[in-house]
Design a protein around this ligand. Structure first.
Ligand code: NAD
Length: 499
């Protein structure tokens, strides 16, 4: 059995806590590796080493730090196939989707090559007589990221790439479900020229997370995962005086207006609802057709498309539509929620409950499910299922559809399908959700914009990647300077006006 490690001071380091977690191959159900779960002492030692290494890295000029990212991007492209294969083996997603996972992280590293420009401060010449005023963005010191299983390449890179080019040292606590790719990324960064100790990868569970939240050296924590854990981390991290941003769960609605191209909407729903087995925070999990005729036309198109979906292991080829979910527990949770949907009166028009894949009976595969006549009081509507299950809630008007999306506690993403510009514009302006698609089902912003939800999908006031990341991982210092001008005014007790 393969035993994974931590990555500390530029080396793989065995765990010493005596505690391990199982890493599965979701396609077969087999345990393929065990990952060490760090103790408080292991975490604290990695943080102390990072703190010792950081000042020199922070003082390295931004252009040199950016060059490390430039080389990192080259290495990611070189190793794309290897990374994608390791990712699919632990996560279960298809190879093309795994490459997308690496690519969307790579693009943030690419954006970070612009760090010298993004870190430029502001300067006011002659703010007063002989007085100049300028501000600079300085690294925070040691910062940390705690990341989820569903994007084991992209989200760690969203966190560490901007943090590192800003001059911080970074402690990454990846998901214990699929920890191999984050370790490979650390190796690549070393090859790209990152000094040892500046990126430490500490594997672990709640014990390591709590150690991060309580460690006084760590200045900031970025989290992505489920909402209950996001709320917990936000509360405990803030109470300990840290800068914290936490991105949580989602229930993304797609509104389908009667004038939409129904075939396009149905295709979009299949990709956005079932791609990656629904394990995306930007997956569409609720379809809201406006009017019964729209709903009937949509369901009629969805059923044959779902019947044709190819569910299988990533090794079965690139025409597989989606793979298994991540663990047996995730599969059981999805099936449990599907049963509540049936019990609470929703109509299961595509029933994936008996799905089984020959030769992979122990794998964590879940067949596609489609519910119609879902109502807002049902568990399948209120809760994030994180599986290949799409709920249809029929609305009778645009206002009713808009209200549904707005009243839901989550506010990560949403989409509207329509040919009417006025409706699309009104929707984008009024809806209380962070990322909006207009005839685009998964509106994940590109690296140079920022990513973040509203309501219970995010805690903290800055988004991920884009310019916000440079604000989150630096603090501003503002200097007011006067060089000897012969002015000797004596003490001043009021705020000085600049004449
Ligand atoms: P999770 O909350 O179970 O785990 C996320 C991280 O928190 C992991 O590193 C895990 O080790 C740690 N953790 C788990 N339980 C903990 C506890 N009790 N105390 C302290 N730390 C704990 O999430 P997941 O299942 O890995 O990921 C799926 C979730 O992430 C979904 O809810 C999805 O919507 C969300 N997600 C959100 C975004 C976003 O940007 N909003 C992006 C991707 C995923």
């Amino acid at each position: 059995m393969q035993e994974l490690s931590h990555w500390v001071n530029g080396q793989h380091v065995k765990g010493t806590s005596g505690r391990f977690g199982d890493v599965f191959n979701p396609a077969t159900g087999d345990v393929q590796a065990r990952v060490p779960l760090a103790s408080i002492a292991e975490l604290d030692a990695a943080v102390a080493a990072a703190a010792a290494a950081q000042p020199q890295w922070g003082a390295t000029n931004p252009q040199r730090r950016a060059r490390v990212m430039m080389e990192f991007v080259r290495l990611l492209n070189r190793d794309m196939d290897k990374l994608a294969e390791a990712l699919s083996r632990e996560h279960g997603k298809t190879l093309p989707d795994a490459k997308g996972d690496v690519q969307r992280g790579l693009e943030v590293a690419e954006f970070c090559i612009g760090a010298p420009h993004l870190l430029k401060g502001e300067f006011t010449d002659s703010a007063g007589p002989g007085i100049d005023m300028y501000s600079m963005r300085q690294p925070l010191g040691v910062v940390a990221g705690i990341t989820p299983f569903n994007f084991p390449a992209m989200i760690p890179m969203w966190k560490f790439a901007p943090a590192l080019v800003c001059g911080n040292a970074f402690i990454l606590k990846p998901s214990e479900r699929d920890p191999s790719v984050p370790l490979m990324l650390a190796e690549l960064l070393q090859e790209a020229g990152l000094p040892d100790g500046i990126l430490q990868v500490i594997n672990g569970d709640k014990e390591a997370v709590d150690a991060i939240l309580d460690n006084p050296i760590i200045q900031a924590v970025g989290f992505v995962g489920s909402t209950p854990i996001a709320e917990y981390i936000y509360g405990r991290g803030c109470a300990n005086g840290k800068r914290v941003q936490c991105f949580g769960g989602a229930k993304n609605h797609m509104i389908i207006m009667p004038d939409a191209d129904m075939d396009q909407a149905a295709d979009a729903l299949v990709g956005a609802g079932y791609g990656a087995a629904g394990e995306r925070c930007m997956a569409i999990s609720v379809a809201v057709p406006v009017g019964d005729a729209t709903a009937d036309a949509l369901i009629e198109r969805l059923i044959p498309r779902l019947e044709k979906l190819k569910v299988g292991p990533y090794t079965a080829g690139n025409d597989v539509d989606y793979g298994p979910v991540v663990t047996a527990a995730a599969k059981a949770n999805i099936h449990r929620l599907v049963e509540t949907g049936v019990a609470q009166g929703a109509k299961l028009v595509v029933d994936g409950r008996d799905f089984s894949l020959q030769g992979y009976e122990n794998g964590f595969f879940v067949g596609p499910h489609l519910f119609d006549h879902v109502t807002p009081d049902m568990d399948i509507y209120r809760k994030e299922i994180f599986g290949p299950v799409l709920s249809t809630v029929r609305a009778q008007s645009y206002e009713e559809a808009l209200a549904l999306a707005m009243d839901h506690e989550y506010g990560n993403g949403t989409a509207i399908y329509t040919r009417d510009g006025d409706t699309a514009r009104d929707f984008a302006a009024r809806v209380n959700i962070g990322m909006i698609g207009i005839n685009v089902p998964i509106p994940v912003p590109l690296a140079y914009h920022t990513f973040g939800g509203w309501k219970k999908s995010a805690f903290g006031d800055l988004n991920q990647h884009g310019p916000d990341a440079f604000r989150f991982y630096t603090r501003t210092k503002t200097i007011t300077a006067r060089w000897p001008s012969g002015i000797k005014e004596g003490a001043a007790f009021n705020f000085k006006q600049m004449d």
